[in-house]
Design a protein around this ligand. Sequence first.
Ligand code: GLC
Length: 467
Amino acid sequence: MHSDIKTNIATFLGRAALALALAAGCGLASAQNTGQDVASTPPAAAGQASRIEWWREARFGMFIHWGLYSIPGRGEWVQWNEQIPNNEYARLAGQFNPKGFNPDTWAELAKAAGMKYTVLTARHHDGFALFDDGANPYTSVNAAAHRDFVADYVKSVRKSGLGVGLYYSPMDWRFPGYIFPDLQRESAEAMRAQYHRQMEQLLSNYGKIDVLWFDGGETDWLNFGGEWKGAAWSKRPDGQHYTGSFSWQHDKVHTMLRRLQPEVVINGRADMDEDFRSREGEGALGDFDNQHPWELCTTLAGAWGYQAGKLPQPLDHYIRLLVNVVGRDGNLLLNVGPRPDGQIDPPQAERLREIGAWLAKYGQSIYATRGGPFLPGAYGASTHRDRTIYVHVLKWPGDRLVLPAIPAKVLRAQILGGGKAGFIQTAGGIELSVPPAARDKIDTIVALELDVPASGIKPVKALTTRN
Ligand code: GLC
């Protein structure tokens, strides 16, 4: 993301050297490793805590990037990257008409993948809305498709029993006011009016929305990080923020969304009190954090919006990723970019079904669990629910895995999927062993049954190995 924007601003204004300002402006959630018990959640967060419960238990969702950009098939940033004039890009709306498309296929695939919620780009940065927005001509309702895709999507996903999520970008490249919020004030205000209006439509017209996923709504994203003031077009100094007088008035949207959809959970990319934090890309996996609900979003096949010929990684890659995310107490939102006709490339769909087959077998160690108490390390990660700790051994250090001591008695150690694991518990820790023939190639999951609930055990580090 950062490098995309960097390259593009340089193209747009013929100037580079914005890297630091952009890094400061992109507002990715910072992960914290507090290692404390969840029981210490402050009372002010109580509403959030109950709203987010189902989402936390869900653990795995599908992100869907789909829009006009799916037609050229060079990613959702294609208009900006290639500096395609608005009127030229808008012609794609005349071609965006996937007649036979039925979003039941998305919902069915998400379910088969073991996902529990989906998030569709109702409107990305190009400004083209997949929903009814009255007289606004730039929507799928008023263009070739004459179809409210958000309505169709919500219906299918709701029917399938999955959580319904919408992605929405307040920013819109078509408005010069986004780049020059102070100089082009009227344009910036028109963009803001569109944002507030469209939020109201999305939150009023489609029944219950479970997740609202903002992107590009941070104030520091305005004008892409530059302070375009004075004779010198200088970059925004490191650590400084947008200081102009334009405001998104996010507080009004926040009040409205809580009034219209009190239960909707929102991420933190629009300077609002968030229910969960977003980490983006596998490089942002970060630390264990059981204090703030968080979600890692990343791509299944290296692209958000459709790009032809992108192949997924082998199955084990996603299992390890999922285990590493859930073991850090986060959710995973895995993205697909369907083709313009709404179909998901078969190799990607196949991989999703394989992930689902794995989850059908081992899902009890993922869904409705919390991360820990054994912190992630070279061996893998752990999750827990009730009196069981699931130790996900992704890499055996040798004959046995030595886990640190915990204030609980291990009553039994079973291999998930069948068989007993050996364990020796002493004051110094727990030694686990599974004969090589009984180990799983991807993830050997050892369920430790305790005499007390695992939620009372503080996260513990310090793994040592012994051969
Ligand atoms: C990055 C991309 C954006 C995408 C988002 C999803 O910010 O630039 O296009 O929608 O990731 O998190």
